[in-house]
Structure formats: structure tokens, C-alpha cells
Design a protein around this ligand. Structure first.
Ligand code: ADE
Length: 230
């Protein structure tokens, strides 16, 4: 999967996307991330990207002409090369997602659908009071997405949350021991939350590991785990 990120703060992504599983996915070319500093699409000497809202009020609004310029320029780049596990009918045109508290709330089935359906995403990270509504109404945004009912300072953290959730569903990204098949919110667990986990020591601060887990009885363990799902 190829992901192009439009942001005023490309540096924010260093760390969360350059460690552990997400870095490994990029090393293996299962995930390809491109950063685009919106400022480079800005207008005039000062590369202006925002302006005051019509109708007055606090804050600034990101300009439609600047954002559309960025989306169209990036979309005109060549489509991504198919990943090692190509799925037909994808690629060609990017699916454009804009993050805002007004968007549809992200849930695990949406994550799985995006991975199955799209080979190429553009993520638009808004700031200030948001973006000019005409970018959305004019059809440049395919999906407006929220990661929860609270307000963040911008779309960068939501973009990182989405990328992390997407990456672990891309075939080959997780190792066998990290499998996503029977984890919380998976179809295999009826979209419910996973059972609790324990490891050594067998007793900690007076608390023992449930007897069934040390019984060696795999059938009973499976039954116990099934009951713990909620
Ligand atoms: N931008 C600001 N808050 C947000 C949220 N909760 N989800 C997505 N984008 C946002």
C-alpha cells in the first residue's frame, strides 16, 4: 500500500512511523509512505496556506486552492507499483481521506475494508479551524474520518493512528506470532474484545495466574478464553 500524507508538520511522523513493525513494513516494501509539506504548495512569498474565515470568528481556515493544488499534483504522480500480494481492481486513482471530528468514526471493519479496497491513499491533515468546505463539496475528498469524539490540534495523530491500524492488516506485515486473525475487534472474535493475557511469574504480588491456563488442557483453555471475550 502506498500512502501520501499532506501535512504542515512532516517531522511529526518521525518516530511513530519509523520504528518497530511500521518501519519493518516499509523496509519490506509492503508499505510506502510519502510526505508532502503543504507549505510548498502555499501562495506568494510567504507560502500562505490559510486565511481568516468568512463570516468572522476565531482561528484560520486552510485554503481550498492550496489544498486542491496539493491533492491534484500528488494524484497526478504515477500510480503505485503493485505490492508483492497484488489485488486486482485497485490502484490507478488514490482514495483521499481528510481527518476531522465531523467525519465518520473509525472502527476496525473500516480499517479492514480500506486495506482490501485501496492500494493508494492520500491523507489530508487539517489544522487550525479546518479546511474550506468547498474542498469536500467539490469532490476532492472521498472520505471524512474521525478517530473519536474529542478535538485534536490537527490531523497528524489521526493519520498515524489510521496508518498503524491499516499496516497490521496488510498481508505479510505481522509475523506469525503477531497474527491479527484472533485479536480484539476481529471478525473471528465476533468484533468483541480479546481475552486477558498472563506470563511469568506464575504469582505476582499475591495474584495467581488462573489455574486453567497452567492446566495444559487446551480444550479447557480455549473454552475459558472464549468466555472471557466481551
Ligand atoms: N482533527 C481534530 N480532531 C480530530 C479527530 N478527533 N479525529 C480526526 N481528526 C481530527
Amino acid at each position: 500500500m502506498r500512502i501520501d500524507i499532506i501535512t504542515l508538520f512532516p517531522q511529526m511522523f518521525q518516530g511513530p512511523l519509523t520504528e518497530s513493525i511500521l518501519q519493518r513494513a516499509q523496509d519490506q516494501h509492503l508499505l510506502e509512505i510519502h510526505y508532502h509539506d503543504l507549505r510548498t504548495f502555499g501562495i506568494g512569498k510567504y507560502h500562505q496556506v490559510d486565511d481568516t474565515p468568512y463570516g468572522g470568528g476565531a482561528g484560520m481556515v486552510m485554503r481550498a486552492d492550496v489544498l486542491v493544488g496539493a491533492i491534484e499534483t500528488i494524484s497526478a504522480n504515477t500510480a503505485p507499483t503493485p505490492s508483492p500480494s497484488p489485488v486486482s481492481g485497485r490502484g490507478g486513482k488514490p482514495h483521499v481521506i481528510y481527518f476531522s471530528p465531523r467525519g465518520k468514526k473509525l472502527r476496525q471493519p473500516m480499517v479492514e475494508k480500506i486495506v482490501k479496497k485501496y492500494e493508494w491513499l492520500i491523507l489530508v491533515c487539517g489544522h487550525y479551524e479546518g479546511i474550506d468546505q468547498r474542498v469536500i463539496d467539490g469532490g476532492w475528498i472521498d472520505e471524512e474520518m474521525s478517530i473519536g469524539d474529542y478535538v485534536l490540534t490537527g490531523g497528524e495523530l489521526p493519520a498515524m493512528v489510521l496508518i498503524d491500524a491499516l499496516a497490521r492488516q496488510i498481508p505479510g506485515v505481522l509475523g506469525h506470532s503477531e497474527s491479527a486473525a484472533e485479536e480484539s475487534f476481529s471478525a473471528a472474535l465476533d468484533r468483541k474484545k480479546e481475552y486477558p493475557h498472563y506470563t511469568k511469574p506464575a504469582e505476582f504480588e499475591g495474584m495467581k495466574v488462573p489455574d486453567v491456563l497452567v492446566s495444559g488442557d487446551h480444550k479447557k483453555i480455549a473454552e475459558w478464553r472464549k468466555k472471557q471475550v466481551r
